[in-house]
Design a protein around this ligand. Structure first.
Ligand SMILES: [Zn+2]
Length: 223
């Protein structure tokens, strides 16, 4: 399914079903892909975890011989990127694979696994020696954070629930709630992300989120 070790460059299958599976596994496993044939080369770069930027390069004969043309204006969703690659004959190369996160508990490199019983397929990075894991963003194998054991996963879930409550009460975006949480914790916005917090940091974040939620409730009652 996940072909991180596939020899490069790889000629995509002619069989549509196989070809689609290959394309999906390539897209899921890389931040940057190149697909090319003798006329054109196309680079797909994952943009904001959900869309792909496309840069197309090809040569055209002109008076002086050949002219290199570079087009850089397309942005595709995962489904559109699959569709685009289905219609593009050629070789595919993974240019920038996604690194497996290191388990913060036992320092092993985690391995990619499909989450059982979920359609469409969703992935997680799991530690091979303890039960820590982290889910991936949809249609990618980009981890949502650091692998976590059950207790930390529960804390992250609780914190996210509180964040959603605050978003609803204040009519705020997730980014705005994170900004308020960072200010409340008196730390940088960059450090304030549930996916990278350990158990202790997550408990501290929950304490602050509870205070923010109380404030939001008071405000909502006055209004
Ligand atoms: Zn581990």
């Amino acid at each position: 399914m996940f072909k991180n070790e596939m020899p490069l460059p790889y000629h995509l299958s002619e069989n549509p079903k196989e070809r689609e599976n290959e394309i999906r596994s390539y897209l899921i496993g890389a931040k940057r892909l190149r697909i090319k044939n003798d006329k054109t080369s196309v680079d797909l770069t994952i943009h904001d975890k959900t869309t792909y930027k496309i840069v197309r390069q090809y040569t055209e004969p002109n008076l002086k011989g050949k002219k290199k043309i570079k087009e850089n204006n397309e942005q595709l969703t995962f489904a559109q990127a699959v569709d685009f690659l289905m219609r593009f004959p050629g070789y595919i190369e993974r240019r920038d694979p996604i690194d497996a996160p290191v388990c913060p508990y036992c320092h092993n490199r985690s391995v990619l696994k499909a989450v059982e019983g979920v359609v469409p397929t969703c992935y997680k990075w799991a530690c091979v020696s303890c039960n820590a894991h982290v889910l991936c963003h949809q249609d990618t194998c980009i981890p949502m954070g650091m692998p976590a054991k059950p207790e930390l996963r529960k804390l992250r879930k609780d914190a996210h629930k509180l964040m959603r409550d605050i978003m609803e009460l204040n009519g705020q975006s997730p980014l705005a709630v994170y900004a308020d949480l960072a200010a409340s914790l008196n730390q940088s916005r960059k450090k304030t992300h549930m996916g990278i917090m350990n158990e202790e940091e997550c408990r501290e974040a929950i304490r602050h989120l509870l205070i923010l939620k109380d404030k939001a409730k008071e405000k909502a009652e006055i209004a």
